[in-house]
Write a protein that binds this ligand. Structure first.
Ligand SMILES: [Zn+2]
Length: 186
């Protein structure tokens, strides 16, 4: 959103020695991640998320943490996880507001998620119990889980992770906002 020229559309037949140089020709902040990012949208989205997370602007941090909460893209997660110390440092001590569900809780979850991802701890579904706002319908729509059973009266679901097969019972409730409590079925 800065005043960058966005008009240099990549024409395939143009001189292309040093792929990806067009970005570095501009005044890119020298803090850019050391990982070699893939070209195209990945880089754009990822650098947006990273620059939002490290912007020290509460609204931008909030919007980026919302995106990262449900983010599943391994490339982007790798790149963000590699910047964890920087993200931690730049978000420390910022008042993120949020009356009923403090936004700092979401940030805390995002840091936890990136750490979990970095350490290759396991399937991302294992994080569902750690955050109250994983809507099973949304997760099913995204292809992350299958809903095996829905009980409308008790507002419960039985779900199965589409990747690792772990099953969960999910309780839906309301306390100023809708929440979902996920529990793995052993
Ligand atoms: Zn899973």
């Amino acid at each position: 959103m800065r005043g960058q020229t966005t008009s240099d559309s990549p024409l395939p037949a143009q001189r292309e020695r040093g792929e990806g140089c067009s970005a570095s020709r501009q005044k890119t902040p020298s803090k850019a991640p050391e990982v070699t990012p893939k070209p195209g949208n990945y880089l754009h989205t990822m650098s947006t998320l990273l620059s939002d997370l490290t912007s020290r602007d509460p609204h931008r941090i909030w919007s980026a943490t919302s995106a990262v909460t449900t983010l599943r893209d391994p490339v982007q997660l790798d790149l963000l996880a590699a910047q964890l110390p920087e993200i931690r440092a730049q978000t420390a001590g910022i008042d993120l507001g949020g009356a009923l569900l403090p936004n700092s809780e979401r940030l805390k979850f995002v840091l936890h998620k990136l750490e979990y991802w970095r350490d290759r701890t396991g399937c991302l579904c294992r994080l569902y119990p750690d955050w109250l706002q994983f809507d099973p319908n949304r997760e099913a729509k995204a292809g992350n889980i299958r809903i095996l059973e829905t009980n409308l009266y008790e507002r419960t679901y039985t779900c199965e992770c589409a990747l690792c097969g772990t099953r969960y019972t999910v309780e839906e409730g309301e306390y100023h906002y809708t929440w979902w409590k996920w529990q793995p079925v052993d």
